[in-house]
Design a protein around this ligand. Structure first.
Ligand code: NDP
Length: 294
């Protein structure tokens, strides 16, 4: 079994990005600038947003964190989005999800200028992804594709099973793995909560990508020997032995499954750090203005 070390790979990619940014500085060019909007004070969201901002600082990119009270109205948030759309200093921005219940996250996502939508959630960008046109790939699936490439994992002709069909992870992932390119060319099965006999399907997976948000859901009896596993799930569970007061759990029962796997991502240190560097890569892409067609 080999660990797919997302933390190490993300650090390598950050070093590459840092060189790119340093070159831009030397040439006197504009430094890519990512803005993140956080509504409310949800602990997990705050951790994710801080990690994104910190990653920007580490590679020499500019970042801005915009914090809004969770009582902010939908209209006020949409005004902030428009302000960021118009701000020439900001190359790309994200609105951290989930949003409070009184705000329609689809409306907010659609209000983001597609050329600044570095999370890749805007319908235009999703459409371009489906058509295999250059675009911002959603950060988590993009991160998994980069791990596949960096570890030279064979995908052609493989059976890839994706568990979970969210619009930000499972659905785009299933699409990307079936594309006629590398990584891709898999035969893909997309499963969800209504799937019958899920274990029978996961047992036929050569590549298993799990994103359902149920800790330790995938057990050894649900996988075959030699499977490649990407565990996207992150659930916080209280743990007094940890300084933070919680422990992070993946959707895969790691200790149970790892021995059967050829490759597996740990949680933490697997898909999470790759998601963050993918966001940085998308921001650089936005800054380069490669997508002027919008
Ligand atoms: P969602 O809650 O949006 O979607 C969960 C999906 O899992 C749904 O499609 C649901 O099916 C499916 N599901 C639920 N129960 C079952 C079941 N028993 N069997 C099969 N499928 C099931 O989740 P997200 O995609 O947003 O996130 C999933 C996990 O990944 C979470 O733990 C989240 O924190 C984590 N995450 C991690 C990231 C990272 O960077 N590492 C980034 C994004 C998310 P149905 O559609 O039928 O309801």
């Amino acid at each position: 079994m080999q660990i797919l070390d997302g933390k190490k790979t993300a650090e390598e990619i950050k070093q590459e990005i840092a060189v790119e940014i340093s070159n831009l500085k030397q040439k006197g060019k504009k430094i890519p600038h990512l803005a993140a909007v956080l509504v409310g004070s949800n602990g997990a969201s705050l951790t994710y947003v801080n990690a994104k901002v910190k990653a920007c600082e580490k590679v020499g990119m500019k970042s801005s964190l915009i914090r809004l009270n969770d009582t902010v109205s939908e209209e006020e948030l949409l005004e902030k989005v428009e302000e960021l759309n118009q701000d020439e200093q900001i190359d790309g921005f994200i609105v951290q999800l989930p949003l409070p219940k009184h705000i329609d996250d689809k409306k907010v996502t659609e209000a983001i200028l597609p050329s600044k939508d570095v999370d890749g959630f805007h319908p235009w960008n999703i459409g371009k992804m489906l058509l295999n046109l250059p675009t911002f790939l959603p950060a988590t699936p993009y991160g998994i594709l980069q791990l596949i490439e960096r570890y030279n994992i064979e995908t052609t002709g493989k059976h890839c099973v994706v568990v979970g069909r969210s619009s930000i992870v499972g659905s785009p992932m299933a699409n990307l793995m079936s594309r006629n390119t590398y990584p891709g060319n898999c035969t893909v099965t997309l499963t969800h909560s209504r799937t019958v006999n899920l274990a029978e399907i996961t047992r036929t997976a050569d590549i298993l990508i799990v994103a359902l948000g149920k800790p330790e859901f995938i057990t050894a009896d649900m996988v075959q020997e030699g499977v490649v596993i990407f565990d996207v799930g992150i659930t916080r569970k209280p743990d007094k032995s940890k300084k933070s007061g919680y422990k992070l759990h993946g959707d895969v029962n790691y200790s149970d499954v790892a021995e059967k796997a050829a490759f597996i991502t740990p949680v933490p240190g697997g898909v999470g750090p790759m998601t963050i560097v993918s966001l940085l890569k998308n921001t650089i892409l936005a800054a380069k203005g490669k997508r002027k067609k919008f």
